[in-house]
Every structure is written in structure tokens, then in C-alpha cells.
Design a protein. Structure first.
Length: 154
């Protein structure tokens, strides 16, 4: 018997470590593991699996998450930046420079204990593979292993 799990398609644009940009769709589940609600792109990219399936116009690619420099094209709700999180965390404006010189500017939510509110503390304790940065055009997920430097803008 064949079982099929319904999934949603999310349009994304991946920039790979070598600079190649690949547009396509990733698939998220209607129920996330670990919290009540549907799965988001950040859940997929921060998940334990080393590869993500990307549906492109030329077929399916299995992309190594470690080779993805950034993911773009996400609305706030797709990156799991809900109103409750926004209300409970301070945001910080920053400029992120990736290995190779690509620069992204936006804000991150500093979800930290009040006794450690600095951006440096947040970055030093952040353990996920991808960091969500809110930009004017949407949300970008940046691979933390590809960050060369961060400049606070506040």
C-alpha cells in the first residue's frame, strides 16, 4: 500500500555557496514537529536532514543544506516570525557579510534572556544552521556557517 503525505509548496530562491542561484519550490508539512502549527521553511532548513528536495522547472534536485548560502522569497509567516515572537523579543538591525562578499541588511529577533541582550551574545549562542533576517523585500534565511562578519546598525 502506498501512503502519501499532503504537503504545501513554497516558492524559494536558493543561492548556493559557489554563487549559483536556483529557483524552485520546497515542500512543508501541514503539521510541524515540536509545536502546534504548520511547518515553515526555517524548520525545513534547520532540520537534521542534510539534504532538502527542491522542485525546479527541470525536475527535482536534492540540495545539500550545508552548500546553501541563503534562501530568499519567504513571507514573514513562512519563516515562523509570528506576532507572539515579535512581541516577546527585541529586534536588532544588522549588516551580514557572507564569505565571498555578498551583503544582506535587515533585522533579527534577539530571543535571549534579558541579562544577555546584546547582538554579540545572541550570535555566539545561536545554534541553528540558518538565521532568519527580515529585509524590506521579505525574509532571508542565511547559513550561519557562511557568515564572515556582522555589523550592528543600531
Amino acid at each position: 500500500m502506498l501512503y502519501r503525505i499532503e504537503k504545501e509548496r513554497l516558492s524559494v530562491s536558493l543561492t548556493l555557496a559557489g554563487g549559483l542561484r536556483v529557483d524552485g519550490h520546497i515542500f512543508v508539512q501541514p503539521q510541524a514537529y515540536g509545536y502546534n502549527g504548520h511547518e515553515h521553511a526555517i524548520d525545513v532548513f534547520n532540520g537534521a536532514d542534510p539534504f532538502v528536495a527542491l522542485q525546479t522547472e527541470n525536475g527535482v534536485l536534492f540540495v545539500a543544506k550545508d552548500s546553501v548560502a541563503d534562501v530568499f522569497g519567504l513571507a514573514d509567516e513562512e519563516a515562523a516570525l509570528d506576532e507572539m515572537r515579535r512581541a516577546s523579543a527585541r529586534s536588532a538591525a544588522l549588516e551580514v557579510t557572507l564569505v565571498g562578499g555578498t551583503v544582506h541588511t535587515g533585522t533579527v529577533l534577539l530571543e535571549m534572556p534579558t541579562d544577555r541582550p546584546r547582538l554579540l551574545d545572541f550570535l555566539n549562542r545561536y545554534e541553528e544552521r540558518f538565521l532568519a533576517i527580515s529585509e524590506e523585500q521579505g525574509v532571508r534565511l542565511v547559513n550561519t556557517s557562511m557568515i564572515e562578519r556582522v555589523r550592528p546598525l543600531d
